[in-house]
Design a protein around this ligand. Sequence first.
Ligand code: 5U1
Length: 688
Amino acid sequence: MTPLDLFAPESDDAALMAQLRQTLHDHAHRYYVLDTPTLPDAEYDRLFRQLQALEARHPELITQDSPTQRVGGKPLDQFAQVRHAVPMLSIRTETDTQASGAELFDARVRRELGLSPTDPAIGYVAEPKFDGLAMNLRYEQRVLVQAATRGDGEVGEDVTQNIRTIGQIPLRLPLDAPAVLEVRGEVYMRRDDFEALNDKQRLAGQKTFVNPRNAAAGAVRQLDPAIAAQRPLSFYVYGLGAVTPPDAGGPVWQTHFEMMQTLKSWGFPVSEMVKCAQGAPELVAYYAAIGRQRDGLGFDIDGVVYKVNSLALQRQLGFVTREPRWAVAHKFPAQEMLTTVLGIDVQVGRTGKLTPVAKLAPVFVGGVTVTNATLHNEDEARRKDVRVGDTVIVRRAGDVIPEVVSVLLDKRVDESVQFTMPRQCPVCGSAAVREEGEADYRCTGGLFCSAQRKQALLHFAQRRAVEVEGLGDKLVDQLVDAGIINTLPDLYRLGFTALANLARMADKSAQNILDALEKSKQTTLPRFLFGLGIRHVGEATAKALARHFGKLDAIMDAPEDVLLAVADVGPIVANSIRTFFDQAHNREVVEQLRACGVTWPEGEPAPVAAQPLSGQTFVLTGTLPTLGREEAKALIEAAGGKVAGSVSKKTSFVVAGAEAGSKLDKARELGVAVLDEDQLKEMLDGGA
Ligand code: 5U1
């Protein structure tokens, strides 16, 4: 055996291992950062296992940057301390007073630079402010050697083992990267990953996390890297720490934006939302645009950051204490705040559903003052164990109903008592029952219960039903509490005097209500049906029933099996409709409304052949070239089809327009047929 024979296989393996590492790195970058995978998962797994096998054979050839080394190492007792080569600064927060935070910042920068109002606008970079944990990643000779938390800015903790598990973070950099490079950015958890993690925790009977930020912090500070690896984290880069200086061969950049583009080319994830902006007006527009997108993003941001783009100007501006003068954070209204629970009320809905609602000390959250937060139902209230007197975190994101996220148990007062759902309706005293398999308690009082009567009136009078303009909850409270109105037909028996005698009711307003009531008498069959408030009969079902039967009497008399022939009606809905019209008092209400003059045009039952889309369920996604979302929905429904909000195996077609999102992906995953607008129109014309 020659020396060559002895070493050749080993050097072949070494070359193969290097090649495998490169392929796996490239693919991980395309998968995690660019979101354009080119290798099937199974092939990636095969190459990964091949590399693992070679490394098992040659442990001395394992490199720190090998993709197999993302998850590894033993659980730690504690994290080692790391002194940052360049302190991790904090960032000044600009809050809106009279002027916008962007205008205040721009004015300050111009003043510091000694610019006059006639001098040109300053070039800025505007970025989202990710709601996660600041991290410093250190690369030496283009290999990730250390990841450290911010800590106090001077000294952080070495969390390298955990950070290596984040697929978006390159373990190795290309050859044009400098010998020493520290990048700074935010480690965060996407909202869908957070939900999935909490589902998993719940199933395992383990504690859930309050929000994505806490979940990310828990994962980063997890002493066992194997557990950290199961917590899905993401990363965005936004700046630099120590870097090889230009005179030692390090990179030279003129602007922050240029530097970010280089970081992107080296494999770091840079947000697509990072934009250049000229002067204050473009920063103001950026703040507004990102604010509008905020709830639709897949992750939490708590504001935006403005930075002077020119690195020379940044140097000129310098720092005050620990904050740069060239950057500022402009926060959005907080979506989570602390407040106190003053009481827990139980509200009664139109169908008798009892909902526990926490009454809160007023708190400004998500841009509005919140005084109520739903606790949904008994199980949810128990799970969160919210008690009167508790200090709680309240969350309000976008237009969603505010909710109590969690209780600060260490602030709980000793004598607090657990909430229990009442067994009687808090309004009428009738029994409250929870049917098997249902999450909700319901009041059994029906229209005997004044709360249900009020809700039934409001439901009937709403814009989407017969629409009685001006009949809001305050007026309905007055009318029902004074015993003036008990049933829907009583509305049309209201006289001017009864209305005008109510507290705070001017003659003019009383007349407006009477006029609105008169106007509401001319309605349509779907609006009237929907307004009756039959359980499970929403607008779409009411439309389908009206289209199918043409006349109200036909619906009122239809047996369940005939109702089942309607496109939108399943057994539960059919049963609910039958039960409603089998009750004499409900038929009486309909007759009295008709006697009061409520009327609608009736038609003939729709012939089956005239319903080209009957039995088909559609999901709309993206922007169609000519049809608006509501228009497309109405056309599909008018043709006998159903429109659903999410894609499932039961979906017949997904209609996709520009910028179609995850619904299109799901359709492809499930093999659901995808149509464009032209194909939909063809079907509507009876062409399919
Ligand atoms: N996007 C972004 N977030 N963020 C946070 N940029 C950014 N820059 C920061 C911080 C603390 O600090 C530098 C301006 C020093």
